[in-house]
Design a protein around this ligand. Sequence first.
Ligand SMILES: [Zn+2]
Length: 91
Amino acid sequence: MPDDFPLITLLGEEEMTMAKSMKCAIGTRTVSVDDAIEMRDNAKKRKLDYPDFQCPECGKSVRPHCAGGNACAHFEHLSRNPNCRLSDPAR
Ligand SMILES: [Zn+2]
């Protein structure tokens, strides 16, 4: 797979095994982390409710994190779920 391949647009079983979560679910919709950050900022600006982002694997609440340092934008579980492949490993 070439380096510049847009990972977010093609989240197959293979990509799901990667440590960081790049997608989340809102109800039955799936959104990318970039969209989620935009929605969150929008909600903040308009004083709307914080969108309920959920892990597509385990359904627990997740929070989008912007890219920073060496990290790409990704989702983190509000509380770590050791049973979920998309949850951050223990640090
Ligand atoms: Zn999860």
